[in-house]
Design a protein around this ligand. Structure first.
Ligand code: HEM
Length: 432
């Protein structure tokens, strides 16, 4: 009755990896009332995300798990999605994003001023707080330092809720509207986030200021009939950029610091690059083209631990993939985690080796063998923002601190909506 659910729920990453390695590029999975295909080959990924993207919408699990985002950009579809994407796009243009660099570095230095030599901190928690403050400041011109703790706690509850959902327990399979303790906790967490988002919007509306940032663009946008966005849609868009815009980058950095702590020889190469390029000063956007090794480190960290570890789609019409018939309403499951570790595309796929991005080994990689930001029309709108932020934050922190694991146990990835380290990553801070 439960089909593949128990195997999946026990260990989603291991289960999907085994399925793909044992059964090939297209694997049928059965979940209660649902037919799903696991798709691993880059050509098939490209077919779904790019070439035949019009035949697919977001899958039903994404729609359900991200219901907190309402009808925001991430799960919106069709003409309305296209309109909203066009509206938000200017805030993410390369030029515009480059102007955020200074804030990113300044906020990081403000955080580092509180870090003490030999202190142990949960680096995931620190990065979540930092990236939240950055996204709020740059895109919404809001100072969210006071609320950061509350947002972090509410988000933690939401992630736990979804990573426990496949656990097969009867209570967890009841719909969200049934007042089980877990559902009540979830709803409380959503209300808390809503309160914060609505107050940011309200404050700006009251001030009447047009600061030219994303929030102003959304507040002042008008459709052909001159109508402004209704308050619910505005809330959905702001909630989307706040959540999508900080959680993933924080995860990328957390795994990066963990990996650097485990590989002192790679960290040493990074610090010598930082010394050479920065010569003791803070990094700026102009330095980024020369911080090539830092860039490779982040790329490699997102290969092993892709913050968005899976992308789902639902077929709206039948089609064929890899010689297999895909019936209408099939849930297509694409996993960066599985494809990024496929030995056909990456030699020694489990090894953290940033040099592979510079020494020619990845030169002939198929386009969708590595796709941490997705692809096609639904490509992450914040990919330039995220790449720049990750590089600047890594350089700013690594210049001042060496981080080493405070526990003998490696952190365990928690495949919920994103790939968080379960329980965080305790690291000892060593001032350079
Ligand atoms: C390392 C950091 C990030 C990763 C790995 C990441 C990953 C992704 C992926 C894979 C998608 C596509 C999902 C799909 O096709 O179903 C996506 C979409 C999206 N991301 Fe990101 N993201 C990151 C950072 C950001 C940032 C910084 C922002 C905003 C400030 C952002 C905002 C969005 C939005 C709004 C969408 C939906 C776009 C649309 O459908 O039109 N992301 N992201």
């Amino acid at each position: 009755m439960l089909g593949n659910m128990p195997g999946y729920a026990r260990d989603p990453l291991g289960f999907l990896t085994r399925c793909s390695r044992e059964y090939g590029d297209v694997v049928t999975l059965r979940f209660p009332g649902t037919l799903a295909y696991l798709i691993t080959h880059p050509d098939h990924v490209e077919q779904i995300l790019v070439k035949n993207n019009r035949n697919f919408i977001k899958d039903k699990y994404t729609r359900e798990e991200l219901s907190i985002l309402g009808n925001g950009l991430l799960i919106n579809e069709g003409d309305f999605w296209r309109r909203q994407r066009r509206l938000a796009q200017p805030a993410f243009h390369r030029r515009r994003v480059e102007a955020y660099g200074e804030t990113m570095v300044a906020f990081t230095e403000r955080l580092l001023a509180d870090w003490r030599d030999d202190e142990v901190r949960d680096v995931h928690r620190e990065m979540m707080r930092l990236t939240l403050e950055i996204v709020a400041k740059t895109l919404l011109d809001a100072d969210i330092a006071r609320e950061a703790e509350g947002v972090g706690e509410a988000l933690g509850r939401i992630m736990d809720y979804f990573s426990d959902q496949g656990s097969g327990s009867f209570l967890r399979m009841l719909p969200e509207s049934v007042p089980t303790p877990a559902n009540l906790r979830y709803r409380r967490a959503v209300r808390r986030l809503d309160g914060i988002i609505y107050s940011i919007i309200e404050e700006r509306r009251r001030s009447g200021k047009d600061t030219g940032d994303l929030l102003s663009m959304l507040l002042h946008a008008e459709d052909e009939e001159g109508n402004r966005m209704d308050p619910r849609q505005l809330r959905d868009e702001v909630m989307t950029v706040v959540l999508a815009g900080h959680e993933t980058t924080a995860i990328a950095l957390s795994w990066t610091f963990y990996l650097l702590g485990k590989h002192p020889e790679i960290e040493a190469k990074l610090t010598s690059e930082l010394e050479e390029v920065l010569a003791g000063r803070s990094p700026t956007v102009e330095d980024l083209p020369r911080l090539r090794y830092a860039d490779a480190i982040i790329k490699e960290s997102m290969r092993l631990y892709p913050p968005a570890w899976a992308i789902g789609r639902e077929a709206v019409g039948e089609c064929e993939i890899g010689g297999y018939h895909v019936p209408t309403r099939t849930q297509m499951f694409i996993s960066q985690y599985v494809t990024h570790r496929d030995p056909r595309f990456f030699d020694e796929p489990e090894v953290f080796d940033p040099s592979r991005w510079h020494d020619g080994r990845t030169q002939n990689l198929p386009d969708y063998a590595y796709f941490p930001f997705g692809g096609g029309p639904r490509l992450c709108i914040g990919s330039n923002f995220a790449k720049m932020e990750a590089a600047l934050l890594l350089a700013t922190v690594a210049r001042e601190f060496h981080l080493e694991s405070a526990s003998g146990e490696p952190p365990v990835p928690q495949p919920s909506i994103t790939l968080r380290p379960r329980g965080g990553i305790g690291m000892k801070l060593k001032k350079r």
